[in-house]
Design a protein around this ligand. Structure first.
Ligand code: TXA
Ligand code: MG
Length: 336
């Protein structure tokens, strides 16, 4: 199959809508990362997503909607907290897990009786959902296990020959995937940190939320997994990455002694006598979110073997950055 890249002109959008209505898959930009989309109500269409990505069958897909009518079509119960969060953060980078309706087949929800729902704010994907009137299942548009793509050429490099079309809407504004919160039980549970922070959610709901195990530490064997995404291998470059929690002088001593590659903040690149890939500014978690996934792929491009990453702040959006980096590092952290 030839994989086309088109700009999201009226012609490009029409091509995408036609493929989706016929049960095919298309890569489309969102404000977080590029997604690989298909009709969430068609089991066969969603099977094509799993095939193209080589995604484990037990990992459910997020369903993307463009309005509240569609929310009622896919969720069987809409608690008060869901209304509060959607009013505060939709359209935007928040996925809310609710009990699903039967229009969402087991292939989409990986056999769960719940579904993650998100109304994205990127105008391209919103227009496509509202034109097709289809709730669209959409995981990140990378090969499973690789960093999520934040531009069209990265999608193409991962999925060339496996999908018919990539819409090129430029660089994603946020760069890490949506925050995932479950409202299935009485107390909300954060399954994945993102641009919408735990504190912002607590302020809107006026209650404490639970931060799921597995976000900032490795789950132990046999430990109960609340969201399948918490157990799968993620974002791994080919190099061995280790996060270093240390003052700069100690960090510098370590990377230079081992002649390793530095994954560091912009400010430090020219202070180190080793190969450097930077991932945003030290005191700006949002800039780190925008650049992290691209930086992880660059490590492969320069064929890095051993990588020492500077420890990011874990406050606010920083928790989303740390969560992705920790997985890329297979949970290896050293404190000096
Ligand atoms: O920003 C995003 O969320 C992007 C864009 C394309 O919208 N999508 C995305 O999808 O990141 P994906 O499939 O790469 O990640 C979805 C995560 C997985 O960790 C999955 O396990 C979890 O959400 N998830 C989805 N539905 C769930 C459910 N019903 N229960 C528990 N976890 C769920
Ligand atoms: Mg993903």
């Amino acid at each position: 199959m030839d994989t086309k890249i088109l700009k999201p002109t009226q012609e490009g959008i029409k091509a995408a809508c036609d493929i989706l209505k016929n049960g095919g898959v298309v890569a489309i930009p969102t404000e977080t990362v590029y997604g690989l989309f298909a009709d969430a109500t068609k089991a066969d269409a969603c099977a094509n997503i799993f095939k193209a990505k080589e995604r484990p069958q037990d990992n459910p897909l997020i369903v993307h909607i463009s309005d509240y009518e569609m929310l009622k079509d896919v969720a069987s119960e809409i608690p008060e907290d869901a209304i509060k969060l959607s009013e505060a953060f939709w359209p935007g980078p928040l996925t809310i897990i609710l009990k699903k309706k039967n229009v969402i087949p087991d292939e989409t929800s990986a056999g769960l009786d719940t579904v993650g729902i998100r109304m994205p704010s990127n105008p391209v994907v919103l227009e496509i959902i509202s034109k097709t009137r289809l709730p669209l299942a959409g995981p990140s548009a990378n090969r499973s296990g690789r960093p999520s793509p934040t531009d069209a050429i990265t999608v193409f490099n991962d999925l060339n020959g496996r999908i018919p079309l990539v819409l090129d809407g430029g660089q994603c504004k946020i760069g890490v995937e949506s925050t995932v919160i479950s409202l299935v039980d009485e107390q909300p549970i954060l399954f994945r940190p993102g641009y919408v922070t735990a504190r912002q959610i607590e302020e809107v709901l006026d209650k404490k939320i639970i931060i799921s195990k597995g976000i900032s530490e490795e789950l132990q064997r046999g430990e109960k997994v609340l969201s399948p995404g918490l157990k799968h291998k993620h974002y791994a470059p080919k190099a061995e990455v280790v996060i270093v929690n240390a003052p700069f002088e100690k960090y510098k001593e370590l990377v230079e002694k081992e002649n390793a590659t530095a994954l560091c903040f912009d400010e430090y690149c020219d202070k180190l006598k080793v190969d450097c890939i930077s991932y945003g500014s030290e005191n700006d978690s949002a800039s780190q979110a925008v650049k992290l996934f691209h930086a992880l792929r660059e490590l492969d491009e320069i064929k890095a073997n051993k990588v020492y990453a500077m420890m990011p702040s874990t406050d606010g959006v920083g928790l989303a950055v740390y969560n992705r980096l920790l997985r890329a590092a297979a949970f290896r952290v050293v404190n000096l």
